[in-house]
Write a protein that binds this ligand. Structure first.
Ligand SMILES: Cc1cc2nc3c(=O)[nH]c(=O)nc-3n(C[C@H](O)[C@H](O)[C@H](O)COP(=O)(O)OP(=O)(O)OC[C@H]3O[C@@H](n4cnc5c(N)ncnc54)[C@H](O)[C@@H]3O)c2cc1C
Length: 401
């Protein structure tokens, strides 16, 4: 009997990570990605705690270190650029808001792809549109009409997962809006960041930010705002740019320059701050990993770790590539959920949500900066450490060797 085949939809962070482990365990792995190639975008993501442990077990930590960004820390600035508060990269033992090992999301995706592309069957510009399953397997129908018989289908296709929609139901049942929106894109570094992640908060629930990239002339910019759920077309980028102009034009600091950059950026990305909550991540021979099943939102800072750890645990529980009969599969998927659920719950527990990131009132902006400054000092330091900066370490990685 040939080794079982696993079909993964989505080649972001969770998809290639899962492909890495399943290929090692002897499975035949096919990865579909809607985009024409690995998507390069995104800001810096931190590799800390359990997520970093997974990367180390993959043997990829040195490659990540080689691509790491030199960072100085985070600072909250006023409109004139003067600083309300700073949290240097050394705060909380290198485990603060900006951690000691930060890498661009696009670099992380590229390293994971490079580590798997020779052994895994990647198909770009492809997606799943239909699934039919029985106790012997699943037939996945792709957008081009191809029908693929496989043993297991995994949705690793992000918060707007197509696999989740087909196998579990419409997005509205699982995606919980958090009351705001965010955009990311590259912009000229008009500030001279010198390794600093700068955050400018303005009354009305606005947050503009700039972070370093590999190119000192280019910043990774963010514009985020508080709002009740808005009715807009997710595929209409010009409409999204206009939504930003309506809120950020004349808002101070470098907002106008950032709006001009957003208008031209070819890596512009816009979405709602939202979480995915599901009572179960598996339905028969279909399961979910990463943002598709348990997105914690960028506000958590834990999306990458959840994807890396989720992929490791799912592959570990599936075990070696032996026949995936219904009983073996369902108990592996149940254990995956049992191991991951408490970690997911902790990562999704956001102390202040969008209000903390983009406060409405000037007084709250002042308080946020004061909290960020004082939480690094005695006697608040240990309380802050326990409450905010230990989630990443809060899971002991099972050993599947
Ligand atoms: C371009 C981009 C930039 C990002 N930037 C940041 C950032 O700056 N900061 C941050 O905190 N998080 C960012 N994220 C989200 C972050 O990557 C995830 O929260 C986290 O890493 C979990 O990874 P994931 O693999 O589950 O989801 P994702 O990284 O979102 O990957 C999902 C993949 O599935 C693909 N996909 C989507 N729909 C389909 C479909 N129907 N069929 C096939 N493939 C599909 C997507 O193109 C994507 O490659 C970004 C995501 C993307 C895609």
């Amino acid at each position: 009997m040939s080794n079982p085949t696993v079909l993964i939809n989505g080649a972001g962070i969770a998809g290639p990570s899962l492909a890495f482990w399943l290929n090692r365990a002897g499975y035949r792995v096919i990865v579909l990605e809607l985009a024409p190639g690995i998507r390069p975008g995104g800001q810096t993501v931190d590799l800390r705690g359990t997520g970093r442990d997974v990367v180390e077990r993959m043997g990829l930590l040195d490659q990540m270190r080689a691509r790491a960004l030199e960072q100085s820390g985070a600072a909250w600035v006023k409109s004139d650029g003067s600083r309300r508060a700073e949290m240097p990269v050394t705060a909380f033992g290198g485990n603060g808001l900006v951690s000691s090992l930060e890498i661009l999301r696009g670099d992380l995706a590229a390293v994971l792809y490079e580590a798997t592309r020779h052994d895994v069957d990647y198909r770009f510009g492809a997606t799943i549109t239909g699934l039919e399953q029985d106790e012997n397997g699943v037939i996945a129908t792709l957008a081009n009409g191809t029908r693929l018989p496989v043993d297991l289908v995994v949705g690793a296709d992000g918060p707007h997962s197509a696999v989740r929609r087909v196998a579990f139901g419409p997005e509205e049942r699982f995606v919980r809006p958090l009351g705001g929106y965010h955009a990311w894109f590259s912009a000229p570094d008009t500030v001279g960041l010198d390794g600093w992640f700068l955050l400018y908060q303005a009354p009305g629930g606005l947050n503009a930010s700039m972070r370093p990239s590999h190119d000192p002339a280019i910043a990774k910019a963010g514009l985020a705002f508080q709002a009740e759920p808005l009715d807009y077309d997710r595929h209409d980028i010009d409409e999204q740019r206009q939504m930003l102009v309506e809120r950020f034009a004349g808002a101070g600091w470098h907002c106008d320059a950032l709006l001009a950059a957003a208008a031209d950026a070819d890596d512009f990305y816009f979405d709602a701050f939202a979480q995915v909550h599901m009572s179960t991540w598996s339905a028969g021979r279909v399961t979910l990993v990463g943002d598709a099943g348990y997105c914690a939102s960028p506000l958590s800072g834990m999306g990458t770790s959840l994807a890396l750890v989720g992929a490791y645990v799912l592959a570990g529980e599936l075990g070696p590539a032996e026949h995936l009969d219904t009983h073996r599969l369902s108990s592996a998927l149940a254990r995956y959920e049992e191991v991951m659920r408490p970690y997911v719950d902790r990562c999704q527990d956001l102390p202040r949500g969008v209000e903390g990131y983009a406060p409405m009132r000037e007084s709250d902006i002042v308080i946020t900066a004061a909290v960020m400054k004082w939480c690094q000092r005695w006697p608040f330091r240990s309380i802050a450490e326990r409450k905010w900066f230990t989630t990443a370490d809060s899971m002991a990685l099972p050993d599947y060797r």
